[in-house]
Design a protein around this ligand. Structure first.
Ligand SMILES: Cc1ncc(COP(=O)(O)O)c(C=O)c1O
Length: 365
C-alpha cells in the first residue's frame, strides 16, 4: 500500500527553513521588541522591492489589508464596489465592513478571474472602485480593467491574497492598482507561521494613512488622526517572512514545474487551467473541473489522493449573505459545482504529481 498524497502539510512546507526560523526567533526574543520594529520595517522594504513598488505596509491579515485599503479611500457611505462573484468571502466582507455595497460580476469561465467585458454593465453613478482578485495565483487581464477604471474614474484595488509573484505582461501583481492587498496566511505561497498581510501602493499618502490606520489612526504616540484599528504585523511574523521571501521565487518555480507536469499529463474529460504567455501563473491552487466533481473527489480519496474544493459554495449562496440569495451567477455556480483542487504544495515532488495523474487518468466517469 503506497502512502497517501496529502493536499497540504504545513510542517513539510516549512521544514526547509526550520534552522533559519530558529535563529530569527531567538534574535527577536533576545531583542525584546515584538511589535512594529526593525523586522517589519526591513520586510516592508524587501517585499516592496520584490513587487517593484514604492511602499509596503505590514498588517495583521489579508482581510485587514482589503478593509484598510477601502478605509484609506474614505468613500462615501454605500458606495458600490465591483468585484468577482466567485471570490473568497473575504473580498466581499471587506466591502461590507467598510459600509459599502458589493456588486458582483461574473468571472471568465476559462480564467476564473473577473470578466472585463462584464464590468461596464455593472457600473452606476454610485460605483467608486473595482477590486480584482488574482484567483488561484492567476493574474487578471489587467489592461482592459485599467482602461475601464480610468475612463470611469474608479479606484482599482488588487486582491493578491493568492498571487504573490504572479505577473501580467512581465509586471508583478500588486503593482497595477491604487492599492493591493496581500495575505501571508500559512498556506499561501509566501506564508508566515500565523496570520499576516500587507498593502502595497505607489501612493505616498495612501501608504502614510494605511500606516496610521493599522496603529489606532496614530502617527505620533497618543495623538490620533483617524479612527483606526489594531492591525500590526508582528516582528516575529515579519522575521519569518524575511526568511521565506528569499526562497519565494524557488517555491514558485517548483510549483510551476508541478503544474506543467499536470498540464502535460492529464488526459480525459477534465478541464485544466488555461495558460498564456502574458500570464505568469504561480499556482497557489491548481484546479481542474469535471462534471462529476464529487464522485471524482471520492475516487481520488479512495485511491490515496487528498484534494480540496475552492470553493464549495458561491458567496451569494452563503448563509451570511442572505441579502444576495435572489441573485443568480450561473458561471460562478458552474465553477463552484465542478472545481477540484489537486495537490500542488511546495513539498510535493514530480513523482507525487505523476502518481496523481496516473490515478486521475484512470477515472471512469
Ligand atoms: C482571495 C482572498 N482574499 C482575501 C483573503 C483574506 O486573507 P486572510 O485570511 O489573511 O485574512 C484570502 C484568504 O484566503 C483570499 O483567498
Amino acid at each position: 500500500m503506497k502512502t497517501m498524497i496529502e493536499y497540504e502539510n504545513l510542517r513539510k512546507v516549512n521544514q526547509p527553513y526550520f534552522k533559519e526560523f530558529n535563529t530569527v526567533f531567538n534574535n527577536v526574543l533576545e531583542s525584546g521588541w515584538f511589535v512594529l520594529g526593525k523586522n517589519v520595517e526591513e520586510f516592508e522594504k524587501e517585499f516592496a522591492d520584490y513587487i517593484n513598488i514604492d511602499h509596503c505596509v505590514g498588517l495583521a491579515s489579508g482581510l485587514d489589508a482589503l478593509t484598510i485599503s477601502l478605509k484609506v479611500l474614505d468613500l462615501k457611505n454605500k458606495s458600490e464596489i465591483i468585484l468577482p462573484s466567485n471570490t473568497y468571502i473575504a473580498t466581499i466582507l471587506s466591502v461590507l465592513l467598510t459600509g459599502n455595497v458589493p456588486v458582483l460580476v461574473e468571472p471568465d469561465i476559462t480564467t476564473y478571474n473577473i470578466d472585463p467585458g462584464r464590468i461596464e454593465d455593472a457600473i452606476t453613478s454610485k460605483t467608486r472602485a473595482v477590486i480584482v482578485v488574482h484567483l488561484y495565483g492567476k493574474p487578471c487581464d489587467m489592461d482592459p480593467v485599467i482602461e475601464i477604471c480610468k475612463r470611469h474614474n474608479l479606484y482599482l484595488i488588487e486582491d493578491c491574497a493568492q498571487a504573490h509573484g504572479a505577473e501580467y505582461k512581465g509586471k508583478k501583481v500588486g503593482s497595477f492598482g491604487d492599492m493591493a492587498a496581500f495575505s501571508y496566511y500559512p498556506t499561501k505561497n509566501l506564508g508566515c507561521l500565523g496570520d499576516g498581510g500587507a498593502i502595497t501602493t505607489r501612493n505616498d499618502d495612501y501608504s502614510r494613512k494605511a500606516r496610521m490606520i493599522r496603529n489606532y489612526g496614530s502617527e505620533k504616540k497618543y495623538y490620533n488622526e483617524y479612527q483606526g484599528v489594531n492591525s500590526r504585523l508582528d516582528e516575529l511574523q515579519a522575521a519569518f517572512l524575511r526568511v521565506k521571501l528569499k526562497y519565494l521565487n524557488k517555491i514558485i518555480e517548483h510549483k510551476r514545474e508541478l503544474a506543467k507536469a499536470y498540464i502535460k499529463g492529464i488526459s480525459g474529460d477534465f478541464i485544466i487551467p488555461s495558460t498564456h504567455p502574458d500570464f505568469f501563473d504561480v499556482y497557489h491552487i491548481f484546479n481542474i473541473r469535471h462534471k462529476k466533481r464529487d464522485e471524482l473527489k471520492q475516487y481520488l480519496s479512495d485511491n490515496g489522493v487528498k484534494t480540496e474544493i475552492h470553493y464549495p459554495v458561491p458567496p451569494h449562496k452563503q448563509n451570511a449573505m442572505k441579502f444576495m440569495k435572489s441573485l443568480r451567477f450561473p458561471i460562478s455556480e458552474e465553477i463552484h459545482k465542478t472545481t477540484l483542487s489537486l495537490p500542488v504544495s511546495s513539498f510535493h515532488t514530480i513523482d507525487d504529481i505523476q502518481r496523481v495523474i496516473g490515478i486521475l487518468n484512470d477515472f471512469k466517469s
